[in-house]
Design a protein around this ligand. Sequence first.
Ligand code: FE2
Ligand code: FE2
Length: 257
Amino acid sequence: MGNGVYNLDPSLDATRDHVLYDDGNHKVIYLGTQGMGKGDVEVNSYLIIDNNRGLLVDPGGYKIFAKVISNISKYLDPKNIDYIYMCHQDPDVAGSIPLWRKISNAKIVVHWLWVRFLPHFGFEDVDSVAHPLPDEGERLNLGSAILEFIPAHFLHSPGHFSIYDRESKFLFTGDIGFAPLDKPVLVMESLSACMDGMKQIHERLMASSKALKIWVDRVRGYEVEAVLPQHGAIIPKGEISRFFNFLEGLKCGVDLM
Ligand SMILES: [Fe+2]
Ligand SMILES: [Fe+2]
């Protein structure tokens, strides 16, 4: 475990912001983004803060921008966001990027493949704005912390990463771990209750069992306190090895064609 305080109670209200990890200098915050979907895809946005510098994990689409920025402001001056991370190119990850560009000079951290697509969000200065991640990933300093960008390509995007935060030992997984929910839930009680929906989504969304196995092999080497996906509920430590086993044994994508 990290040296800080964890707050991963299944009773947490997913429509509100919560500090999930705090050691004084290093915090991980859930930004209260569930419950705004009205039938479309719900998202989880997170903020990592270290020594008063921030990295926004998956800012989300246009309609959640106002809530995300207002919740960030409770913890950090948005001017202190050094990085806005897009785990991949989808609109549910990054539809609000044009609004962020109006108020922030943060670098946009994204797989190199998507950098030439960024001008389609409406800004021209892509080379000065983007922080392209190489295929093999990268270690990035935030304040005095190190964040590891772990390749998760073809899960589902061909240029997709997970983040391992060494301080909190949280693994941010983007669309990996996506489980549709009937109602907002921030932390799951058990994987079993989510399994049917999670299986269906992963069968369709993830490219192949080979890609899943490569990723599971990579992340099994890390000590993980919780898996924080971009959709669905956070997977607590006690369910992580079942989650990895599920992914490792799943046929999906091109395997099923
Ligand atoms: Fe996606
Ligand atoms: Fe997504």
